[in-house]
Design a protein around this ligand. Structure first.
Ligand SMILES: [Zn+2]
Length: 225
């Protein structure tokens, strides 16, 4: 099967070549296994990203959105495999989930990142390592929808661009979502009530954004039946 060998082909679909059959969201919980990610009080980033993925998956499923996840347990998944999963799913949106402690006295926030690859002209097949470059415009639109839903929920948002190995090979609208809950100064415990409440609020806002994306931003102008 063609997509099994995506790495050998070193190519991924461009927006023009893509013809999504259905609206599917890929949730990519970053880190896992030996890759703990950032230290968040008593928790590791890898656990928080998985918890967010699980929560968001059920919120989306309840809204009739099909979801594909890159991991369902505490396992390490390499960047290529994450991109293979997203590309195989012909994702209408992929959220690459990260977490970080809110810095200093900053309130809890969400940082949205786009790939730092320069936007490239559409071609029938894009090189695997830079597939996202043909999708920068769509990913920027997706970030805009996420930004407004989070802002509406009263959550401070920052937008940036960075090198993201998994996203760089993704041939779909893709945004890294870094949740930054406030760590209680004394307990240093994000599993505590404040952190959990914030993460739940973020999940609700992301679900609302993806419903909006389905109705207004369906792939290539296609509307959901
Ligand atoms: Zn991370």
């Amino acid at each position: 099967m063609l997509l099994v060998c995506a790495r050998c082909l070193l190519a991924a679909q461009s927006p023009a070549a893509a013809a999504p059959q259905r609206f599917a969201v890929v949730l990519d919980a970053a880190h896992g296994g030996d890759d703990l990610g950032a230290k968040l009080g008593s928790q590791s980033e890898k656990d928080l990203t998985l918890a967010l993925s699980v929560r968001l998956r059920s919120l989306l499923a309840a809204r009739g959105i099909s979801v594909v996840t890159t991991r369902e347990s505490d396992m390490d998944v390499d960047a290529d495999h994450r991109a293979e999963i997203a590309n195989h799913a012909k994702a209408s949106a992929c959220l690459n989930l990260h977490a970080a402690p809110a810095s200093g006295k900053n309130p809890p926030a969400v940082h949205l990142f786009l790939s730092s690859l320069p936007a490239a002209k559409d071609a029938p097949l894009m090189p695997w390592r830079t597939a996202q470059s043909a999708w920068v415009a769509r990913s920027t639109e997706l970030a805009g929808v996420l930004n407004s839903a989070l802002t509406q929920a009263g959550i401070p948002v920052t937008l940036g661009r960075t090198a993201l190995p998994a996203i760089d090979s993704m041939a779909c609208p893709a945004v890294a979502v870094e949740v930054a809950p406030q760590l209680p100064a004394d307990a240093q415990d994000t599993a505590g009530a404040d952190g959990a409440v914030f993460v739940a609020k973020v999940a609700d806002a992301l679900a609302a954004a993806l419903v909006e994306w389905r109705s207004n931003g369906a792939p290539l102008g296609e509307k959901q039946p």
